[in-house]
Design a protein around this ligand. Sequence first.
Ligand SMILES: [Mg+2]
Length: 288
Amino acid sequence: MSHALSEAQAATGTRKAEIAAFAHRMRHNIIDMGEAQGQGYVGQALGVSDLLATVYRDRLRFRADDPRWPDRDRFLLSIGHYAIALYAALAQAGILDVEELDTYATDDSRLPMSAMATYTPGMEISGGSLGHGMPLAVGMALGLRGRDSPARVYNFLSDGELNEGSTWEAAMSASHHELGNLTAVVDLNALQADGATGSVLRSEPVVDKWESFGWRAVRVDGNDISELLRGFDHLEQGESNRPRVLLCDTTIGKGVPLLENREKAHFMRVDEHEWQIAREQLEGTVQS
Ligand SMILES: [Mg+2]
């Protein structure tokens, strides 16, 4: 093994360990916020922690002390009900104080249960009505390109949102306008409010669909940090005038076996005594 290769491997190992630690702290934040409310979108949030940690620790260009920095990359939370996950990421990224997470979903908090751009630093759009994120992302990407900004736009959406016609109109526009500064990230957790995605409205074959709309698409295990890094790297190589999409299969409740794929996981109710069990299980399942 060459010296250069071993150094590169060590650097990758450090990078992965830092992302894993970020994700682990996020999961603790999510459990703490969930416990204060006794319920919520905890399962999805645990499922996307590895993904958001990779994005905020390794991909996104931002200034923690200046969330409105004009050249920042925009990360759009189209799925506003995942706000609990993004608050944890924003806190670990230094954009929010970790202590502020204690106010989650209380009166007068800047951290409401569903995302509000006017309330929260680092929250780019008010999401929640599904299908709005992609059209907004396309408009932002066009606007940024029009003023020669180096900023990139990331839109984070869910498999449930692939049911929305507006998502596909926007996807078609993005390739028509050759928006190489736009990346979609899709959480494929195989569940949506009304049931399993495969039985409500099937989105497979999902890679073929995006590619047929002119996007560069890669599908990865969204709970494997190495795969996430490789997926993003792969998307960033090659043609620069195509929009890109990272399709991420995730496990609801990931890291806490008690909560993984439990019944009625879309809006999870967790008994009082289970929160401490969740913390202990989280300590036993740290990704190396
Ligand atoms: Mg889903």
